[in-house]
Design a protein around this ligand. Structure first.
Ligand SMILES: *[C@@H]1O[C@H](CO)[C@@H](O)[C@H](O)[C@H]1NC(C)=O
Ligand SMILES: *[C@@H]1O[C@H](CO)[C@@H](O)[C@H](O)[C@H]1NC(C)=O
Ligand SMILES: *[C@@H]1O[C@H](CO)[C@@H](O)[C@H](O)[C@H]1NC(C)=O
Ligand SMILES: *[C@@H]1O[C@H](CO)[C@@H](O)[C@H](O)[C@H]1NC(C)=O
Ligand SMILES: *[C@@H]1O[C@H](CO)[C@@H](O)[C@H](O)[C@H]1NC(C)=O
Ligand SMILES: *[C@@H]1O[C@H](CO)[C@@H](O)[C@H](O)[C@H]1NC(C)=O
Ligand SMILES: *[C@@H]1O[C@H](CO)[C@@H](O)[C@H](O)[C@H]1NC(C)=O
Ligand SMILES: [Zn+2]
Length: 435
């Protein structure tokens, strides 16, 4: 094979300790125990929201997980995980024996030689999202099949200070897909529970938010498995979808995800919201990125499908930006829907008794049944650890939600964590950044 790419690492990877950094892991060392009745969804003071707390149900299960923000591996003694991994590993070795890890966990591909034929359908190389038919893998989700429909999702949550955003979504009867980082779920469990209670769809966004194709089979499995388990144990649902951090996925990683029953979701358009303050991306650039998609809609680009747009529950700016752009999005698109809804998936979790609205029910279009446009999740599940995720509080006001046992609560003060390890990849064909 030809040599191909000597990918220069443009830098910044060392700007933060990285997702695996102790700086991050230390940031919620434990604080007062909160009682669920104290939670207050109306509190939108980020400092108060981000005051660290200890949540007993999570304290009780923490030993079942890898250390937060560290690269995940099988937890010693976890026989269930080990057995499942052994079976998945055998399938991997049989079906994709030649697909191996490459690069570093923070996205340094220098010295990596990757054949331009792109046999592994490596997104980071040239944004491949359609594996060869011979692999038996399905294509990644990149768009919405419904015309004039914006697929709404937020990466990197739960963020401790998300009440202003979640209240805004609730006020607008707007549901979204939340791609949660496992380490954040254990750090901010009450915020995670709120997402489900509000009727949002929950998907996996890995344990430590690093480049998945760099991981061994075991690590990649553990990154997905323990995030899925954290979401199940804390929120009570088992997601069937995931999004690779930085879009970094190839066939090996897709196969591991698919054997965990998770569909890979990427995106069609990137707002670059997370890059503000990095690589000279300005707030004006981000506005322009949003406006590009909005103007495309006005120009008729979405007569047969809709975009899946990447933006973030990462920090005050990224959340505020969506709030700012939302009226323009709503004006330009007929429908703004969570990913599952756009795909008309009504059972987004392995728990088949949890039912979300179909596209018709959510939008009120072709309303074959009774639910209206703001219909909420109609199923319910109790978080096994929280014991409080009580199904649909979706249509409740924040004050009502606040009085319920499962309402969210802010916490943690100076939790200043960037989702880090942002490496600028000078990829041969696409010198783009992505998250
Ligand atoms: C998984 O497969 C790799 C080879 O791809 C092998 O090195 C490793 O030992 C296997 N692990 C287990 C637990 O089977
Ligand atoms: C995948 O889904 C099938 C069908 O619901 C289920 O039997 C199986 O246990 C699931 N596998 C995993 C790893 O969750
Ligand atoms: C950002 O802009 C400054 C000034 O224009 C320039 O010196 C610097 O190299 C730029 N940095 C990057 C990462 O492009
Ligand atoms: C959450 O958002 C706040 C800003 O409101 C930010 O300071 C903090 O670093 C974010 N936390 C994480 C874990 O991303
Ligand atoms: C951003 O922070 C300010 C206070 O610093 C707060 O009033 C506002 O609600 C926050 N916005 C979002 C979207 O979280
Ligand atoms: C959407 O899902 C509903 C419920 O599962 C089903 O009745 C309907 O036919 C689906 N519509 C489309 C367009 O697939
Ligand atoms: C569709 O929904 C509207 C508003 O809820 C209702 O008035 C109308 O009767 C519904 N149509 C059908 C066919 O169900
Ligand atoms: Zn991310």
């Amino acid at each position: 094979m030809l040599p191909l790419l000597a990918l220069p690492l443009l830098g910044l990877a060392a700007a933060h300790t990285g997702c695996g950094g102790h700086e991050i892991a230390r940031r919620n060392p434990g604080g007062r125990v909160i009682h669920s009745r104290q939670v207050d969804n109306t509190n939108i003071d980020p400092v108060a929201e981000c005051t660290p707390y200890t949540y007993a149900p999570v304290s009780a299960i923490k030993s079942q997980f890898p250390a937060i923000w560290n690269s995940a591996t099988l937890v010693p003694g976890d026989a269930d995980a080990a057995a499942l991994f052994a079976s998945i590993n055998a399938t991997l070795n049989q079906r994709l024996p030649n697909t191996v890890p490459r690069g570093t966990h923070n996205g340094d591909w220098s010295g990596v030689n990757y054949p331009p034929a792109d046999n592994d359908c490596w997104w980071t190389w040239k944004q491949c999202t359609t594996p060869a038919a011979s692999t038996g893998l399905v294509a990644d989700i990149t768009t919405m099949p419904e015309p004039e429909t914006w697929g709404l999702g937020f990466d990197d949550g739960p963020n401790c200070s998300h009440n202003a955003l979640y209240n805004f979504l609730q006020d607008n009867s707007q549901k979204a897909t939340m791609f949660f980082i496992g380490s954040n779920v254990l750090d901010w469990p009450v915020q995670a529970i709120r997402a489900k209670d509000d009727g949002h769809e929950i998907c996996v966004h890995t344990w430590s938010h690093q480049y998945m194709t760099s991981f061994s089979n075991e690590q990649a499995f553990a990154e997905l498995y323990y995030t899925r388990k954290a979401i199940k144990d804390v929120i009570g649902v088992t997601p069937k979808c995931w999004r690779p951090p930085f879009g970094d996925v190839d066939n090996r990683i897709r196969l591991i995800a698919s054997l965990l029953n998770m569909t890979t979701v990427v995106w069609s358009d990137d707002t670059d919201d997370w890059k503000v303050g990095i690589a000279n991306v300005t707030t004006q650039d981000v506005d322009n990125n949003y406006m590009k998609v909005i103007n495309n809609a006005k120009a008729g680009a979405y007569a047969t499908h809709g975009p899946v747009v990447l933006n973030h529950e990462l920090n005050n700016y990224t959340m505020g930006e969506l709030i700012k752009m939302y009226p323009a999005i709503k004006a330009a698109f007929k429908y703004v829907v969570p990913i599952a809804t756009g795909l008309n998936i009504t059972n987004p979790y392995q728990e088949t008794d949890i039912v979300y609205p179909s596209f018709a029910q959510y939008t009120g279009v072709g309303n074959t049944s009774d639910a209206g446009s703001s219909s909420s999740v109609s199923g319910s599940a109790s978080g096994t650890a929280s014991g409080s995720a009580s199904g649909s509080a979706a249509s409740a006001s924040h004050s009502a939600a606040a009085s319920s046992a499962s309402a969210s609560k802010g916490s943690s003060a100076s939790a200043s964590t960037a989702i880090p390890a942002i490496s600028l990849l000078g990829l041969a064909a696409a010198a783009t950044l992505f998250l």
